[in-house]
Design a protein around this ligand. Structure first.
Ligand code: PAF
Length: 282
């Protein structure tokens, strides 16, 4: 696997693969790779001949009081994992390469509708930062397909909408969340948890599964259900940010008629913000 740091080198390497008739898959990440990322790269390997991954901790998608400075940067270990998973090319630009004219004057991409509420509500500007960097990365790599984890369910919806609305000829594939044995969704931010918090954290997924069971059992008072879910999180020591039942195909609030549902949650455990979601059909 080759690691390149500039757009010029990236374009040259991708052009070479293209000229050999290869189908290009792209897996954008912020690094500190875990088994969830590895699953994305393995899926990319199955679907394409040439796999490009990126590692870039994108300042544009972090709020002023968020964890940009402390976000784990583990390049050497990440490179080993990417090689083992079958990645061919790693793009690892620095901030100046991605934003050579500064971030303030950077053209922004803003996806309306699906960016609003949920994580978009509690992290203002976050999805504009994601949509902007992903648009830039898509234009740099020009892949045939790109793979994202379903753990960031709203992000995946934002990217699907972006690609549709801006007519980008890129197939977007969502890959199911990889979980620890106790149910906790794998996330780079799980590394912030101390042992006691790590033992508590699976309550987030348990809450989602209990809520889904209740809905499958006929419960349709989503407001009451989410209040009960939040109380369950609070009893365990989490501070709920949001907990909502939505329609999984357009992210609108679920109604009694909704058949494809997603329950989405974000909650703080100490200073760590955990997110998770559960999709199901009735
Ligand atoms: O999901 C992530 O790791 C990031 O939001 C992404 C898609 C790589 C954009 O920076």
């Amino acid at each position: 696997m080759n690691t390149v740091k500039t757009v010029l080198e990236l374009r040259a390497a991708v052009a070479r693969a293209r000229s050999e008739g290869k189908r290009i898959a792209f897996v954008p990440t912020m690094g500190n790779l875990h088994a969830g990322h590895v699953a994305l790269v393995e899926k990319a390997r199955q679907r394409a001949d040439f796999v490009v991954a990126s590692i870039f901790v994108n300042p544009l998608q972090f709020g002023p009081s968020e964890d940009l400075a402390s976000y784990p940067r583990t390049l050497a270990a990440d490179q080993d994992k990417l090689v083992a998973a079958g990645c061919h090319l790693l793009f690892h630009p620095d901030v100046e390469e991605m934003y050579p004219h500064g971030m303030d004057s950077q053209t922004r991409v803003s996806v309306r509708g699906v960016s609003e509420g949920l994580c978009g509500g509690s992290r203002p500007g976050h999805f504009d930062g994601v949509a902007t960097v992903v648009s830039k990365l898509f234009n740099m790599v020009q892949p045939d397909l790109a793979i994202f984890g379903e753990k960031d369910f709203q992000q995946l919806a934002v990217i699907r909408t972006l690609v549709r609305d801006l007519n980008m000829p890129i197939q977007i594939i969502g890959e199911p969340t990889v979980r620890a044995e106790d149910g906790l969704a794998l996330s780079s931010r799980n590394g912030y948890l101390d042992a006691e918090q790590r033992a508590t954290a699976p309550v987030l997924y348990r809450t989602l599964t209990q809520m889904a069971d209740a809905i499958r059992g006929g419960e349709r008072d989503f407001e009451r259900l989410t209040e009960q879910g939040k109380a369950m999180l609070q009893r365990a020591g989490l501070r709920p940010d949001y907990l909502e039942v939505r329609d999984s195909h357009d992210l609108r609030s679920a109604t009694e008629e909704s058949r494809q549902l997603v329950i989405l949650a974000a909650a703080f455990l100490g200073k760590t913000r955990l997110i998770d979601n559960l999709t199901f059909e009735l």
